[in-house]
Design a protein around this ligand. Structure first.
Ligand SMILES: [Zn+2]
Length: 66
């Protein structure tokens, strides 16, 4: 059976079918979201400090398109 190491928690994940891995290549939704959060954090850091105004804009956006 194929296996992967989750990029986030490095846990070894064995799967029978790629369809069994809705969060591939992550082991779970939590790891997937964690990675995405880290990526966004990195991106905003490159752009510079976040002003309170920008933050509220991001928060508003987050609720709409998921
Ligand atoms: Zn994981």
């Amino acid at each position: 059976m194929p296996g992967i190491n989750c990029p986030n928690c490095k846990k070894k994940v064995i799967y029978r079918n790629i369809k069994d891995m809705p969060h591939f290549p992550f082991c779970s939704e939590r790891c997937k979201l964690f990675d995405l959060g880290a990526w966004l954090d990195e991106r905003y850091r490159i752009e510079g400090p976040i002003s309170p105004e920008a933050l509220s804009r991001i928060e508003k956006k987050g609720g709409e398109n998921g």
